[in-house]
Design a protein around this ligand. Structure first.
Ligand code: LCS
Length: 395
């Protein structure tokens, strides 16, 4: 997508791309809080519906505030266009809905965000969609799981909550050799730290509820596409399925997005220090964080990511009971699901975000009972460390 910010650096692009043309000089994007748009005359209305002219018809099908946010994210992901959705799950299910159907098959990461997996197993399966959940960090397993009817490879990297990575370039090659599309859930990284379209992916999805908005006050999602034909197919489905974003929600997300690189730098710095602190602690069994040399895919992280991010998982000695004690005794870190906000959140995936998965599936996907997930925020490292230190000392 050609943009006036093409030659700028990431911070400048974040701040200056995605603007409304007729904004009366307003520095910020105006909120077009309207459900519908007046046509100049009958011919104009007909031309808009026939897509002979550009413009707005009805907010479910497009709105200037929404468009500004879509352009902003499309520029940052190096996509041809983007579609904002009412939630991250609306983004995920719209992609499923566009490319899958009766007797069509999807290959996906086994330790995917719980609902992205369960909606396929429980709901899409009712319409005859087939699926295989595999360990996508093992490229041979990905290759072997393809079938003649596979249309979509849907990966999450790093995956929620195991922090297992998948090689995006290798997956793009496999998908394209088999005539399928590669979609990447880039929620954990944001475009600041990973740009899957540059590595060969066709589609990126985001839960913008997380780092892109960054303030834990909005639920929203985004789909970004590399080429126009994929974009148009998804847009057609989204506009009729109706999972589009509201203009006020879009405005809030764009306001949050403007500080994405600043927030990411800060929380990532805290996360790296906390990961090292936890790894050295006598009460901690294991830590999974792509910024640690102990991460089995440390080299892949350096190759495909611009930083290790702000999510880490760890297991304390004493398993689930000890993990529960930690969650109940931290005071600065908040016990809550979600992630990617300026405040540090702690949660237990096996009983919370991934509880709908069977025990067998969770275990196979590496979501062990002792796994505690930390989304590290922008507080002072000293305070976060002291908080975890006092919680660990109670074990
Ligand atoms: N993709 C990933 C990787 C996610 O982590 C989430 C939400 C979604 C998609 C869905 O986005 P939403 O509809 O909630 O905007 N992850 C959550 C989590 O880990 N805890 O609570 C929500």
């Amino acid at each position: 997508m050609a943009s006036h910010t093409d030659k700028l650096g990431f911070h400048s692009k974040t701040i200056h791309s995605g603007q409304v043309e007729e904004a009366a000089g307003s520095i910020t994007t105006p909120i077009f809080q309207t459900s519908t748009f007046a046509f100049k005359d009958a011919n104009h209305g007909a031309d808009l519906f026939a897509q002979k002219t550009e413009g707005y018809i009805y907010t479910r099908m497009g709105n200037p505030t929404t468009k500004a946010l879509e352009e902003n994210v499309a520029v940052l992901e190096n996509g041809c266009g983007a579609l904002a959705t009412s939630s991250g799950m609306a983004a995920v299910t719209t992609v499923y809905m566009t490319f899958l159907g009766q007797e069509l098959h999807m290959v996906s990461t086994d330790c995917l965000y719980g609902p992205s997996r369960v909606v396929m197993e429980r709901d899409f399966s009712r319409f005859g969609v087939e699926y295989s959940y595999v360990n996508t960090s093992n490229i041979e397993e990905v290759e072997q799981s393809f079938k003649p009817n596979t249309r979509l490879l849907f990966i999450e990297t790093p995956a929620n909550p195991t922090i297992v990575l998948t090689d995006i370039e290798a997956c793009a090659d496999i998908a394209h050799e088999h005539g399928a599309l590669l979609a990447v859930d880039n929620t954990f990284m944001s475009p600041y730290l990973q740009r899957p379209l540059d590595l060969g992916a066709d589609i990126v999805v985001h839960s913008m509820t997380k780092f892109i908005n960054g303030h834990s006050d909005v639920v929203a999602g985004m789909i970004v596409c590399k080429d126009e034909s994929v974009f148009k197919q998804i847009r057609a489905v989204l506009h009729y399925m109706g999972g589009t974003i509201d203009p006020h929600q879009a405005w809030l997300v764009q306001r949050g997005l403007k500080t994405l690189p600043l927030r990411m730098d800060r929380c990532q710095d805290n996360a790296l220090k906390l990961a090292k602190f936890l790894e050295d602690h006598s009460k901690v069994n294991w830590v999974k964080y792509p910024g640690l040399r102990s991460h089995p895919q440390y080299e892949l992280a350096k190759r495909q990511m611009d930083g290790p991010g702000a999510l880490l998982s760890f297991g304390v000695k004493g398993g689930l009971d000890a993990g529960r004690t930690i969650m109940n005794t931290v005071s600065l870190a908040t016990l809550a699901v979600s992630l990617g906000g300026i405040e540090t959140l702690i949660q237990h995936p096996a009983s919370m975000t991934h509880a709908a998965m069977s025990n067998e599936e969770s275990e196979k996907a590496g979501i062990t009972d002792d796994l505690v997930r930390l989304s590290v925020g922008c507080e002072d490292f000293k305070d976060l460390k002291e908080d975890l230190e006092q919680a660990l000392s109670t074990l």
